[in-house]
Design a protein around this ligand. Structure first.
Ligand code: GLN
Length: 447
């Protein structure tokens, strides 16, 4: 598959031919179920779009039954920015319902296969985007990351996935899951493409009140030769599988060989991250999902009166995982439990943020696993608690609002990709991409 950088120099005719070939290839690989559909989209370099990002006049359903029939009335800001840069949305990719999940198994459209093994998950929630890029069915894709949904599927599918600093990329037109955690980001074949796509989609937007209103770009200053100080976390990685530990050691050696300084640091037990995240995310999700009641959006199931219509619509429209989270979110916000759970989670969130700040006092980047294992088999994370626990390495980054990039390091003994992530200070995407480029050069991963 050509890279985004290469695609930028294709003529109109070459691009049209490429798109025709791409359509055929997507059709031939239908069983992968990476795309929900491939809509025709006019001119520009084709970019696959997660099904929770609005493209005017396309269906947009967040992988849910409740949004069947809903057509986006306007473009998300990232889509406007893509189009202005000569790119165009090309196909909706599969995802966990409302981005709640780590496997893409909760989608209304059925599961997506991992391009490296058809009995394994592609990760989630942006599993369709990751599988499309990993299988050579997209040049690049957009995903969204609330607690790892870009980085983790990227790691499972052998591609690069980047979650920007909270506020760098407009959330206008993104189906909200947990508004204080969500960010849209690039999913690409390599680090340079991620930087290119990040530059295109990031920047100020008055339609998003949490936007950082910053327009600096990384590509003009990309510099893999910078010597950085990078923290590693020997105790924190103890819960990871042998494959992940091996990748970690390999990456440390590669970074040393590139002339970076490696220092050892520690992070508190990730069990606190899991609690703080699943309380915060479900509380916000409960509030955000209140709008899907069959009146304003999508699929309605009529009842005898308004209350029964709400009841029927939501009972039939939402899947089990979404219902579970609505229940949990309402519980942690309810009077009597609010102080005990929600407020405590916010305090823990501050602790996590402070902990990162302390490490970043004297280091440029942190090297961390993305997931404890390679991509699990279908059904392996069927117990929700197992699934939540598998998010231990990604969610603190969202709680602290930091930028992070996941990139492939090696293949496991079973031939599955193993990815690791670099984490940077808030708004320091430049150092993140510089360090990631350097690590990518040294590792020379082969897909
Ligand atoms: N797996 C996490 C969750 O289910 C993260 C999902 C995401 O980043 N959207 O909430």
């Amino acid at each position: 598959m050509i890279t985004l950088k290469e695609a930028l120099s294709l003529s109109k005719e070459e691009l049209d031919n490429f798109k025709n070939e791409l359509r055929k290839k997507i059709e031939e690989n239908k069983e992968l179920n990476a795309y929900i559909d491939v809509e025709n989209v006019g001119e520009g370099i084709p970019i696959a779009i997660k099904d929770n990002i609005q493209v005017k006049d396309w269906s947009v359903t967040s992988g849910s039954k409740i949004l069947q029939g809903y057509i986006a009335p306007y473009d998300a800001t990232v889509i406007e920015k893509l189009t202005n840069a000569g790119l165009s949305p090309f196909g909706r990719t599969n995802m966990d319902e409302f981005a709640m999940g780590s496997t893409t198994e909760s989608s209304f459209y059925g599961k997506t296969q991992n391009p490296y093994a058809n009995d394994r998950v592609p990760g989630g929630s942006s599993g369709g985007s990751a599988a499309a890029v990993g299988a050579g069915l997209a040049i690049a894709a957009l995903g969204s990351d609330t607690g790892g949904s870009i980085r983790q599927p990227a790691a499972y599918c052998g591609i690069v996935g980047m979650k920007p600093t909270y506020g760098r990329v407009s959330r206008y037109g993104l189906g909200a899951y947990a508004s204080s955690l969500d960010q849209i980001g690039p999913m690409t074949q390599n680090v340079e493409d991620a930087a290119i796509l990040y530059d295109i989609i990031s920047g100020s937007d008055e339609k998003d009140s949490t936007n950082a209103m910053m327009d600096d770009k990384v590509v003009p200053n990309l510099n893999a030769a910078r010597k950085l100080t990078i923290a590693v976390l020997p105790k924190y990685i103890e819960n990871a599988s042998d494959d992940v530990k091996e990748a970690y050691t390999k990456a440390i050696e590669a970074l040393k060989a590139q002339g970076h300084t490696i220092v050892e640091r520690e992070m508190m037990d990730a069990k606190y991250d899991i609690s703080a995240y699943y309380i915060t995310a479900t509380a916000e999700a409960t509030t955000n999902l209140g709008r899907y009641d069959g009146v304003c959006y999508g699929n309605r199931v009529e009842g005898k009166n308004l209350e029964e219509t709400y009841y029927n619509t939501r009972s039939e429209g939402f899947g089990d995982e979404v219902k579970r989270r609505i229940l949990l979110g309402n519980f942690v916000l309810s009077s009597g439990y609010y102080e005990a759970y929600y407020v405590k989670a916010q305090k823990t969130r501050h602790l996590i943020k402070d902990e990162y700040a302390k490490i970043f006092n004297d280091v440029d980047l942190i090297l961390s696993p993305v997931a404890p294992t390679v991509a699990p088999k279908f059904g392996e994370l069927a117990n929700p608690m197992d699934m939540y626990l598998s998010d231990l390495y990604t969610i603190s980054v969202n709680l602290a609002g930091l930028p992070a990039l996941s990139l492939p390091i090696m293949k496991s003994s079973e031939g599955m990709p193993v990815g690791l992530q670099l984490i940077a200070k808030a708004y320091d995407e430049q150092t993140l991409f510089d360090g990631a480029l350097s690590l990518e050069d040294a590792i020379a991963y082969k897909a």
